[in-house]
Design a protein around this ligand. Structure first.
Ligand code: ADP
Length: 479
């Protein structure tokens, strides 16, 4: 039996109700570790601890916050290979992707360590003579953080780092499939010197621990990344308690390829955006919208690339695509593969379950062609290594198809035309637009977020994170 990893409540590592085994999706015989599962009562104690710790942490100085976040950043960077290996082992991203994500978490803590020292307000003249007006930002209080499994360290980092930097305390509930990175991150932050109760970890079920957070009147704000269905109940619960909410949900991101695109660039953008990280990214390019003049060459080249991709154990050298995260997700992917066929799409390549040396959830990347934008495979998020090509006649039709979706997270275009690129940047109904770049893969110091059904509330990351993690105060003084 491996060592049991505990929850952190009020500065104490504590047992939960029961224990969950963290299973490696590349090899289901491999148990990554054992993790305590919090009960509803544990969640209540964590919320109370965050609430009790909030006033003192709100008063902590920028130097103290900076030093803790900087120490965490340094440790994550130093241990990025080990953390990246843990990530790849528990989630199924390839080792280079895992190490890259761990490094990203370190960079995010570094950025927000700096932000602790750069917080500022405004002092401006009043319209009333002799009166001073000051505009400052204050912490929101106790923040609930609910995260998904697909970025087990980067998403917790980009929520926890700004929450702490701006003076909030945290109750953190990671996804059940990936407690390993969450635990490691919390352990690093505790040892970096966070006072007791400032960061509380409650690993456990969404329906128990997550729901307890939604139902508590003592949480001042909730930031959530996950499915649309859960996001809606998070929003409803937050409306009930009149609390701040920030939601990042699905995507059905278009990548437009125009006739004048550099074929190699377009193929790389499509393959990277649609299939890397096993397609399990909310920014994945699941709709490839391709102009008639380049369509056949593009499909042939993408198919050729897919044939050369190695799908295998995430930790093996040479693997391009790791396994799907679990049996549930794999069944969902297969269900959509069947739906696509029933809808009349052509499966140009892939879609087979694969056997490898170890028992795991391996799926060949799949490319549908001759699809129309109203098919379910083009309307609903699949969240796997499955992409569809939609053939269009020109740029105008491509833009209309790109925007014809309930989602609006990321959108890309491959073209040599400045006119079309500029028009697309201006008219895409997505929160993030990429020109000659994959729809997935973003910087950490600039805003992240979408429109329509993809996101709700203020942006994440960079300085824009302050919108969610602080509340503005306007003070008037007559000296
Ligand atoms: P995914 O399909 O990515 O797992 P979910 O929305 O189911 O998306 O999960 C995202 C996060 O939300 C996870 O941490 C999960 O445990 C949590 N969650 C699920 N159900 C609830 C709920 N009823 N209340 C709060 N959190 C929940």
């Amino acid at each position: 039996m491996s060592e049991l990893h505990h929850n952190l409540i009020g500065g104490e590592w504590t047992d939960g109700d029961d224990v969950i085994a963290n299973i490696n999706p590349s090899n289901t015989d491999d148990v990554v570790g054992e993790y305590a599962r919090a009960s509803e009562a544990d969640a209540a104690r964590a919320i109370a601890a965050a609430r009790d710790a909030a006033p003192a942490w709100a008063q902590s100085g920028p130097q103290q916050r900076h030093d803790i976040l900087k120490a965490a950043s340094d440790e994550i960077m130093t241990r990025r290979e080990e953390l990246g290996r843990l990530l790849a082992r528990e989630e199924g991203k390839t080792l280079p992707e895992g190490i890259g994500e761990a490094a990203r978490a370190g960079q995010i803590f570094g950025f927000f360590a700096g932000e602790c020292l750069r917080q500022a307000g405004d002092k401006i003249a009043s319209v009333r003579p002799g009166v001073d007006v000051e505009i400052t930002r204050e912490p929101v209080g106790a923040v609930g953080i609910i995260t998904p499994w697909n970025f087990p360290i980067a998403i917790p980092a980009w929520k926890i780092a700004p929450a702490l930097a701006y003076g909030n305390t945290v109750v953190f509930k990671p996804a059940e499939l990936v407690p390993g990175c969450a635990w490691a991150l919390v352990d690093i932050l505790k040892r970096a010197g966070l006072p007791d109760g400032v960061l509380n970890l409650v690993m456990g079920r969404g329906s128990v621990v997550g729901q307890a957070m939604l139902d508590s009147p003592d949480i001042d704000a909730i930031t959530f990344t996950g499915s649309v269905a859960t996001g809606k109940s998070v929003a409803a619960a937050c409306a009930e308690h009149m609390r701040k909410v920030q939601l990042e949900m699905g995507g059905k991101n278009p990548l437009v390829v125009l006739d004048d695109a550099a074929l190699d660039t377009a193929v790389e953008c499509a393959v990277n955006g649609a299939f890397f990280s096993t397609g399990q990214r909310c920014t994945a390019s699941s709709r490839l919208i391709v102009a008639d003049g380049i369509h056949d060459r593009f499909v042939a080249a993408v198919t050729e690339r897919l044939k050369g991709l190695v799908v295998d154990d995430a930790l093996k050298e040479g693997t391009h695509i790791g396994p799907v995260v679990d049996e549930n997700q794999l069944s969902q992917d297969e269900r959509y593969l069947a739906i696509g066929r029933e809808e009349g799409a052509t499966l140009a390549w892939g879609g087979e379950r694969l056997n490898r040396d170890t028992p795991g959830f391996y799926l060949q990347p799949a490319l549908f062609t001759e699809t129309s934008n109203d098919m379910r495979i083009n309307r609903e998020e699949i969240f796997g290594p499955v992409a569809s090509v939609v053939r269009v006649k020109d740029y105008d039709e491509a833009l209309a198809v790109a925007n014809d979706t309930a989602f609006g997270l990321s959108a890309g275009i491959c073209t040599a035309s400045l006119k079309h690129a500029s028009h697309f940047k201006r008219n895409s109904e997505a929160g993030m637009v990429m020109v000659n770049l994959p729809t997935a893969g973003v910087d950490y110091h600039v805003p992240f977020g979408g429109r329509k059904g993809s996101s709700y509330g203020p942006r994440e990351q960079g300085r824009y994170a302050a919108e969610f993690y602080t509340t503005v105060k306007t003070a008037y003084t007559l000296p």
